[in-house]
Design a protein around this ligand. Structure first.
Ligand SMILES: *Cc1c(COP(=O)(O)O)cnc(C)c1O
Length: 398
């Protein structure tokens, strides 16, 4: 018998360690806490706010949507859903989209779709999907299993069968897949985000794509963090000259309104016939209106070009700091505005000092990696403000 209800715990489960501020308002690259303190936000809500906080274009579209329709279920046609699907397929190598509500749900759907293909086309119902060490694919049972990190899986067994792990950026992994007759798909991030901001090597990724093609198995690219412009192209796979067969997105697609999606080429996507998969809220009028407005703003405001220019500026200035403080900064890496800085000091101490002493917010990606994720539409003066604060923290550490 469980104890009677305790009156002494916080009503929200403590699954997150939280920084000791309450954020009340956001606009552009700034947030304000409940004391009225203003912070420069270079976390973008964990790579979500490509256009910054409460972007005018999306705000206007959502206010309109609030007055017309919030929800009607996928038993009816939804205009904004169809429009967003057309935009995503027009700008990617995939033919069809399924909408859901999060990154994990998108990856879960991608895994189901790959299994469907394995069952019905490859006739390998017992096969497995290969994922890579240090990957991150989500927190549901299957995506947690796909996530090859002990610290994510520990204490949640039994894991879901049907996954196998290989080393990232390692030639022997390509050979292992080639020789693996039960491999029914390969799933990877073009830049491992949570795993430490580690970009895939270009030749390795191309060899991996070639092996998938040769074997007739789907290449599944998880662009939940890299997708929707974060790396300077709409999708990170574009940098690599490869084409995924299944592609997942979420974080930045709705400018902060919860939405996810998986896309696929038609030979695969066609296997999802009526009744095979579902999601009550997936593709709902409100979230897809946010998606449409976000992608329209990308075009109108030339967001991809801005991202690339900002990424070049920020990366150059971080590399200057690295030259100046080689004992403190070990490397600067990433792609576009998904930037990792490897530090000698614990990353969390730098994050805390930036927040407390300079009102600047950034994230970590592991014990000694800072993760810097500005809105894609940041500008030179915000970048300079960040660089000045970061330099001061390093001087204080020296
Ligand atoms: C954030 C993330 C996920 C999980 O997305 P949720 O919306 O938190 O479920 C999956 N894959 C990658 C690469 C991510 O960065």
């Amino acid at each position: 018998m469980l104890e009677t209800k305790s009156e002494h715990v916080a009503p929200v489960m403590a699954a997150y360690g939280r920084f000791p501020i309450t954020i009340e308002k956001g606009k552009g690259s700034y947030v304000w806490d409940s004391e009225g303190t203003k912070y420069l936000d270079f976390t973008a809500g964990i790579a979500v706010l490509a256009l910054g906080h409460v972007p005018d274009a999306v705000e206007e579209a959502l206010k309109k949507q609030l007055d017309t329709l919030w929800h009607c279920s996928n038993l009816y046609h939804i205009e904004s859903q169809e429009k967003l699907a057309a935009m995503l397929t027009e700008h990617s190598c995939c033919d069809q989209v399924f909408f859901c509500n999060s990154g994990a749900e998108a990856n879960e759907g991608a895994i189901k779709l790959a299994r469907r293909y394995a069952n019905l086309v490859l006739h390998k119902p017992e096969g497995h999907i290969v994922t890579f060490n240090h990957s991150f694919h989500g927190r549901t049972l299957a995506t947690m299993t796909a996530t090859a990190q002990e610290k994510i899986q520990s204490g949640f067994g039994p894991l879901v069968p049907g996954f196998k792990y290989l080393p990232y950026n390692t030639d022997s992994s390509v050979q292992a897949i080639k020789e693996d007759s039960e491999c029914i798909g390969v799933m990877l991030e073009m830049v491992q985000g949570e795993g430490g901001v580690i970009p895939a090597d270009k030749t390795w990724a191309q060899n991996l794509a070639a092996v998938c093609k040769e074997k007739g198995i789907p290449l599944i690219v998880d662009e939940v963090q890299t997708g929707i412009g974060r790396t300077g192209t709409l999708f990170a796979y574009e940098h690599y000259g490869i084409e995924p067969d299944i592609l997942t997105v979420a974080k930045a697609l709705g400018s902060g309104i919860p939405i996810g999606a998986f896309l696929a080429k038609k030979q695969i996507s066609q296997l999802f016939t009526p009744g095979t998969h579902g999601s009550t809220f997936g593709g709902n009028p409100f979230s897809t209106a946010a998606g449409v407005a976000t992608l329209e703003a990308f075009e109108k405001q030339d967001v991809l070009a801005k991202c690339t220019a900002n990424a070049n500026d920020l990366t150059m200035k971080l590399n200057e700091i690295k030259e100046k403080y080689p004992d403190q900064i070990k490397s600067v890496r990433g792609l576009g505005l998904l930037i990792g800085v490897e530090t000698a000091a614990p990353a969390i101490s730098i994050v805390n000092e930036l927040r407390e002493n300079y009102q600047v917010l950034i994230l970590t990606a592991g014990k000694h990696v800072l993760r810097i994720l500005p809105p894609l539409v940041t500008n030179e003066s915000e970048i300079d403000a960040f660089i000045a604060a970061f330099t001061n923290v390093l001087i204080e550490h020296a």
